[in-house]
Write a protein that binds this ligand. Structure first.
Ligand code: ATP
Length: 418
């Protein structure tokens, strides 16, 4: 339907990006049913009468044909998307429809040279050759693969290659994307691209962009998104190791290094994440990122977390972790009763307790926090308010005190079943 609608206006329509890459890769590997993913379409066309870009125009035409989809428009001349939350076959589906870059310059649609240069320019803006492939959906060449930059060969040779030397200076988040694709697809980063990566890092491009929040908030957001993709993926360990070996953790802060201690902490936090998976909405990627930032001095950690616009509770934890740690450790060394320990630890949220446990040099601290989270935190007072009422206590503030005392007595083993 999209191709028909585009053809009716004399426009060209292409599917580009990740879905083309994954489709060709699946074909190459003899996998007949690749996992369905979001689809990126690019429209190459110009409509003098329309006051929006061709992509938006096309999406507006298509939406009524799929009443169960929702139309989203991002900026009048930019992109539109059709979203299905419950697609009958695919579950959820997101189709992005963008306009090829040169569409604002009127040109005769029939001129193949201009037309080819328009989609070529669009693809040239992309990150890697394997992501710069397109399949034409319109005209009698429908199904044709457009490969201006050698993406098909790189797919065969399983290589991540940038399109031009300046690519990583232009957009440093591509370094993280290179690592993500390399690890996820089991590709290697092509030698020249690796040299560009190291050059970009050594050039200090990050001090000027990524580390200076006020100058580049959009870049920071994209870097956070890439970190999130990496740290929530099953392959996060290999990705972090590759980032570290490329020196790319310096993009977060020049002093950040994956030393043995930090690596050990990252591995250890997984044990806690597995155990408390479903509790307190633990956000795995965020906690892994917080652990990674433990490799920094407090003030650096704070500024990186702020630059990345981490959520407030995360900022709070990373800023005050040393204070929390001191309070918890001194409390634990002083208290003997379980109820006292519970009273102390219940002031802190789960991620804070995990970070304190990980950082602690004292094994008993780690063990006590583990016991609190796995056992003591679950202990309930043997009676509740209703029971007290039944026993004839007059309702009031006294209830809270009695119930707290009962809970403490239970935790400390002063309550018997009899
Ligand atoms: P995934 O399977 O992870 O979704 P994808 O290739 O679809 O992979 P997206 O992040 O959704 O990745 O991006 C879609 C397309 O947009 C990419 O294939 C690439 O062509 C282009 N793209 C995304 N981010 C960048 C970037 N930072 N620089 C250049 N092109 C990019």
């Amino acid at each position: 339907q999209a191709a028909q609608a585009a053809t009716a206006r004399g426009w060209q329509l292409y599917v580009v990006g990740g879905s083309v890459r994954d489709l060709l890769l699946a074909k190459q590997e003899g996998n007949k049913s690749p996992a369905m993913q979001d689809i990126d379409l690019v429209v190459d066309g110009f409509d003098q009468t329309a006051d929006v870009g061709a992509g938006v125009e096309l999406a507006k035409t298509l939406q009524p044909l799929y009443p169960e989809s929702r139309l989203e428009i991002h900026g009048a001349f930019q992109t539109a998307a059709l979203l299905w939350h419950k697609h009958p076959v695919l579950g959820s589906l997101w189709i992005d429809i963008a306009t090829a870059r040169t569409e604002f310059y009127p040109y005769p649609a029939a001129n193949p040279e201009v037309e080819a240069s328009s989609i070529r320019q669009d693809l040239y803006r992309r990150d890697f050759t394997i992501n710069a492939l397109a399949v034409r959906l319109t005209s009698n060449h429908a199904g044709e693969v457009l490969d201006f930059f050698g993406g098909a060969i790189d797919l065969k040779e399983r290589k991540i290659r940038v399109l031009h030397p300046n690519s990583l200076i232009e957009d440093p988040t591509r370094i993280y994307r290179a690592v993500r694709f390399a690890v996820r697809l089991r590709f290697t980063i092509e030698a020249q691209t690796e040299a560009y990566i190291r050059y970009a890092i050594n050039s200090g491009v990050y001090q000027r962009s990524l580390l200076a929040h006020k100058k580049a908030p959009a870049l920071q957001t994209r870097l956070k998104t890439e970190l999130k993709y990496i740290l929530q993926a099953p392959y996060w360990e290999r990705a972090i190791q590759l980032l570290a070996s490329l020196g790319a953790l310096q993009c977060l802060h020049p002093t950040l290094q994956l030393n043995q201690k930090l690596w050990w902490l990252l591995r250890l936090v997984d044990r806690w994440l597995r155990r408390f998976d479903r509790q307190d909405n633990l956000v795995h990627w965020l906690l892994r990122l917080e652990v990674l930032l433990l490799g920094l001095e407090t003030s650096d950690r704070q500024s990186v977390a702020y630059n990345l616009q981490l959520p407030n509770d995360s900022l709070e934890r990373l800023s005050h972790l040393e204070t929390y740690q001191t309070k918890i450790e001194s409390g634990l060394s002083e208290f003997e009763q379980v109820s006292q320990i519970v009273k102390l630890l219940q002031n802190y949220d789960l991620p804070t307790l995990i970070l304190v446990a990980l950082r602690s040099e004292h094994r008993p601290t780690r063990q006590t926090i583990w016991k609190y989270l796995t056992i003591w935190k679950q202990v309930k007072s043997p009676l509740n308010g209703n029971d007290l009422k039944t026993l004839g206590y007059p309702p009031g503030a006294l209830y809270k005190e009695i119930l707290e005392d009962l809970l403490a007595a239970t935790l400390d083993g002063r309550v018997s079943d009899r």
